[in-house]
Design a protein around this ligand. Structure first.
Ligand code: PMP
Length: 428
């Protein structure tokens, strides 16, 4: 496949946009080559500026769980746009989507909409700090909660891919309030809590990690966090930006039956428009302005186009109870297929998967935290990535990212992908 026009467009973009991209994870710096410029997408496929058709395993990093240009979402946005695109005043649709989200997700009474996952997580910790009157938070190495200052401490995703998990520009004053723990290591968390008695406002965690590849919580890890939080009056924040409305109707709280105090959303909840949200029981949410003292705001928050897209998406997920089962079956089929061809070709690998989140790590040892994720063989990953691209398959251009499976994928697409992986892995 040729990517000539993409290369030209990238050269033009580089002159006026840093690195030619508006979010670093889109760059091909870790794998070499130039990013592919998309022209359009429908269902499971991307169509690029060179006329190539690619099977998409990124799906806008998660939101397009029912495929690109999902008709009910497109129609809802078009109809809303005709009525005006922003008012900065309340609209009925904001209550409709809030009611539906509250009905779908356990343990939340109220939800506030923002414009990105970053804003959701940033606001959630401010709320937690205001509510508990404590300053420190615990986050896990390799987890990513957006690019706000408090979280760029051993952050995952693009922050590791591009070598800046601790970004310059984050002050020492901010960094000192973020305590770092090892994912899946409860003793480590307990030690931190002990050493910072009555100072920790919240523990924020990706309840299934997706930003160091996919890493499931070990049995008892989330339950243990819940218990430590309850015993120490710490709020447990589930960052369900990736997992919310993806792994189950009610997210990981429902899937693994563990209760969080505050839940953050992004990606699927906006149906592909810029939406994030954070939610909790009323006692906590009532701390927010204008009811309470914790300030949080947004000119475009609850934007009608974004709410229309989000509502259409949540309604689709709410009305078809088979969706999550289908996603599970398709992803399990893909995982089994990849497993068998990589084994046959004597590749060293580990596949991690929870529901429709999956990643292939090129290391034979179990991958359960940041350190074990970092051991993956990047040279093999580069060959894998470019080999698949030549076969018309688009995965994330970094070994630290998760694949997001869409319901629009057919079993023919999955078989095609497995055969392509067989072919490519013979060249390693
Ligand atoms: N939290 C998690 C778990 C994420 O995966 C991401 C983005 N990948 C974010 C927060 C930040 O979301 P956004 O990019 O919409 O700001």
């Amino acid at each position: 496949m040729l990517y000539q026009r993409s290369s030209q467009l990238f050269a033009e973009a580089e002159k006026v946009i840093p690195g030619g991209v508006n979010s670093p994870v889109r760059a091909f710096k870790a794998v070499g080559g130039t990013p592919i410029f998309v022209k359009s997408a429908k269902g499971a496929y991307l169509y690029d500026e060179d006329g190539n058709k690619l099977i998409d395993y990124i799906n806008s990093w998660g939101p397009m769980i029912l495929g690109h240009a999902f008709q009910p979402v497109v129609d809802a946005v078009i109809e809303k746009a005709k009525l005006g695109t922003s008012f900065g005043m309340p609209t009925e649709i904001e209550t409709k989507i809030a009611e539906l989200a509250v009905a779908m997700v356990p343990n939340i009474d109220k939800i506030r909409f923002v414009n990105s996952g970053t804003e959701a997580c940033m606001s959630a910790i401010r709320l937690a700090r205001g509510f508990t009157k404590r300053d420190k938070i615990i986050k896990f190495a390799g987890c990513y909660h957006g690019h706000s200052d408090s979280f760029l401490i051993q952050a995952g995703s693009g922050a590791i891919t591009f070598g800046s998990p601790n970004s310059p520009g984050v002050t020492a004053g901010t960094a000192k309030d973020t305590l770092l723990a090892k994912y899946n290591d409860l003793d480590n968390v307990a030690t931190l809590i002990e050493a910072n008695k009555n100072e920790i406002a919240a523990i924020i965690v990706e309840p299934v990690a997706g930003n160091m590849g996919c890493i499931p919580p070990k049995k008892g890890f989330l339950e243990g966090l819940r218990q430590l939080c309850t015993e120490n009056d710490i709020l447990l924040i589930f960052d369900e930006v990736m997992t919310g409305f993806r792994l189950a109707r009610g997210g990981v709280q429902e899937l693994l039956n563990v209760d969080a105090d505050i839940v953050c959303f992004g990606k699927v909840i906006g149906g592909g428009l810029p939406v994030g949200a954070f939610a909790a029981r009323a006692e906590i949410m009532n701390y927010l302005a204008p009811l309470g003292p914790v300030y949080q705001a947004g000119t475009l928050s609850g934007n009608p186009l974004a709410m229309a897209a989000g509502l259409a998406m949540l309604q689709a997920l709410d009305s078809d109870r088979e969706i999550f089962k289908r996603l599970e079956e398709k992803t399990a089929y893909l995982a089994a297929g990849i497993d068998s061809v990589l084994k046959a070709n004597k590749v060293e690998f580990t596949i991690n998967r929870v529901g429709s989140m999956i990643s292939v790590h090129f290391d034979a040892a179990p991958v359960f935290d940041f350190q074990t994720a970092a051991k993956g063989d990047n040279e093999t990953f580069k060959k894998f990535f470019h080999g698949l691209l030549q076969e018309g398959i688009y995965i994330a251009p970094s070994a630290y990212e998760t694949w997001f499976i869409t319901d629009a994928l057919t079993y023919e697409d999955l078989d095609f992908t497995i055969q392509a992986i067989d072919k490519v892995s013979k060249t390693f």
